[in-house]
Ligand binder design. Structure first.
Ligand code: NG1
Ligand code: ZN
Length: 550
């Protein structure tokens, strides 16, 4: 029919590079930007099918390669509730992306629609955005070419250059039928976030000057924010306009038009993997005061890492685990003060990369902890099993999910004291401050600032809860990472046979040792993680595991 002809004609402009096999992994498709136009075109077709599958609800398409180098790019699909694409569809994405010719693509698309019983003429809606990478505009054109082939029954909404979490928010808000979630625009996100932040920092009830336990501290101390020279710089500047001087920011690494600087020697991934300040942040001198704290976003602003200089000198990392602990204990205290501990259970979800000390600390506070496989979709899913589920990857990607029942409970509870009233209001405001769709560096950063302000804590006091075990994370390039299979939330290898026994043996020799090997879902390598009571013990455990993994 005409539709198939139009798709085939448009696809001719986006030939698949012959030498690559694409795979929709943990983070969607990700590789050099110049290899991706054909992939993005095929993702456009799939987005339409996915939307039709949900009777025309909006599906999101985000073009980004997060913390990866500037020449890379990527694309991922966002489901109607603002979540990652359902896993069973990843294979369909891979099939379409690997079609060698326009004819093959049309055939595969036709078959997929048939197999899924989808009417290809039904209405659909696609919302899309890109980060600041130089290859993004070309890729957006490829996406638009695919969407244009459908004509008028496919509604499109290009929200432009923005962060990954804002795109997720807009998708969720677009599909929200209650009208309560917020306006489905970038501005709507900023307004909602700013309003919740203000509620949590300053008073909204007449007759009091603040809602915090310890008194209103006025404007918070200026916060240096390393934006990784990425799109987070835009959202941060935008957000700052909505809150005046309530929290003054000192944005760093905000160069969006200079070549080669994105994620280069800066950003959350740099700080977490190097365990040091980005040189630009060090040179700014902004952290030299012992009370100061700093934050780093990654390239698409869905990861957040904090840090400070202990005694104004030695670098201390406050990663996703530290953020999870800070958030879970604070929220747990609020639930207690709201007198709702019998109705609302707070739990934490981590991956095997969480530092063993953090897990031990959370358990010691009687908060349940679940460990899942790597990848946000697994954490997100597990977090939904709690009334309030706090999930963070150690690398700083995470959020806090409030179940619908929890929100309903909070809204209908009649407070019997001003303190209970305050705690309930704060919990509701937190559910509005924190991005309910996906990890969000900006809103997570505001969450951290709110907790520090309420507790009256400096970064050092936050850090004091527990001491991270020394740890190492290295990647090892192996001839074939697909021979590595894991079980037990990726903490144990089932293949190659014998390797796990040798890791166990190495680990037993060191105090508080823990180590595991798993194939990466985003890069062609296996990752080796090890932790132990002392730094030298980590080195020996990790070295052995690494060597054995060849
Ligand atoms: P892989 O490459 O599967 O280890 C990495 C991160 C994940 C997650 C994804 C998606 C580590 C050890 N792994 O996955 O946590 O963020 O990328 O970006 O940080
Ligand atoms: Zn990211």
């Amino acid at each position: 029919t005409q539709l198939f002809d139009r798709i085939a004609a448009a696809a001719k402009n986006y030939p698949k590079p012959a030498d690559v096999k694409f795979g929709y992994g943990t983070a969607g498709f990700r590789t050099l930007g110049k290899r991706l136009p054909s992939v993005i075109f095929s993702v456009g077709l799939l987005a339409v099918l996915r939307s039709q599958r949900f009777h025309g609800k909006a599906i999101g398409v985000m073009v980004t390669a997060s913390h990866n180098p500037e020449a890379d790019n990527g694309v991922k699909l966002v489901d109607p509730a603002g979540e990652m694409l359902e896993q069973s569809w990843e294979a369909y994405a891979t099939t379409l992306a690997n079609c060698a010719s326009p004819a093959e693509l049309v055939e595969a698309y036709k078959q997929l629609a048939q197999q899924l019983h989808i009417n290809i003429g039904a209405p659909a809606s696609v919302v899309y955005a890109a980060d600041t990478r130089p290859s993004s505009p070309e890729l957006i054109k490829a996406l638009e070419a695919a969407l244009a082939a459908f004509g008028d029954h496919v509604k499109t909404n290009n929200i432009g250059v923005t962060t990954t979490p804002i795109l997720h928010y807009v998708v969720k808000a677009t599909n929200d039928t209650t009208g309560e979630y917020g306006e489905p625009t970038i501005e709507g996100y900023q307004k909602k976030t700013a309003a919740a932040f203000k509620t949590l920092i300053v008073s909204t009830s007449p007759g009091t000057t603040d809602l915090t336990e310890q008194g209103n501290r006025g404007p918070l101390k200026p916060l240096p924010v390393d934006c990784a020279n990425g799109v987070g710089a835009l959202s941060l500047a935008d957000f700052a306009k909505h809150i005046g001087d309530l929290l003054p920011f000192k944005p760093l690494n905000t160069q969006l038009n200079k070549e080669g600087v994105l994620n280069y020697q800066c950003g959350a991934d740099y700080v977490k993997t190097k365990q040091q300040l980005p040189p630009s942040v060090a040179e700014s001198g902004l952290l030299n005061h012992p009370d100061n704290r700093g934050a780093s976003f990654d390239g698409d602003a869905d990861r957040l890492i904090y840090y400070y200089l202990k005694g104004g000198k030695s670098f201390r990392l406050l990663d996703g685990d530290k953020i999870a602990v800070l958030a879970a204990l604070f929220i747990g205290d609020l639930v207690t003060r709201a007198k709702l501990t019998d109705k609302i259970q707070v739990g934490v979800v981590q991956t095997a990369y969480a530092n063993g000390s953090s897990t031990k600390f959370i358990k010691s506070r009687n908060i349940p902890v679940t460990c899942t496989a790597t990848g946000v979709k697994h954490l997100h899913h597990a977090a939904l099993n709690y009334d309030i589920g706090v999930y963070f990857e150690a690398n700083g990607h995470g959020t806090v999910l409030f179940s619908d029942d929890t929100i309903a409970t909070l809204k209908k509870t009649e407070p019997e004291s001003p303190d209970q009233d305050r705690a309930i209001k704060h919990l509701i405001a937190l559910s509005e401050l924190i991005n309910q769709a996906v990890g969000d560096a900006l809103s997570d950063m505001l969450l951290v600032e709110v907790v520090l302000a309420h507790r009256g804590w400096s970064a050092e006091e936050w850090d004091a809860g527990y001491e991270d075990l020394p740890n190492r994370l290295v990647k090892v390039e192996v001839p074939d990472r697909h021979i590595f299979h894991t079980t037990d939330a990726e903490r144990k290898l089932t293949s190659p046979v014998g390797l796990q026994a040798r890791i166990d043996e190495a680990v037993l020799k060191v105090e508080q040792g823990r180590s595991f090997v798993r194939p990466s879902g985003t890069e062609d390598c296996v990752r080796v993680y090890a932790e132990a009571a002392t730094s030298s013990a980590v080195d020996s455990a990790h070295l052995r595991a690494e060597l054995e993994s060849y």
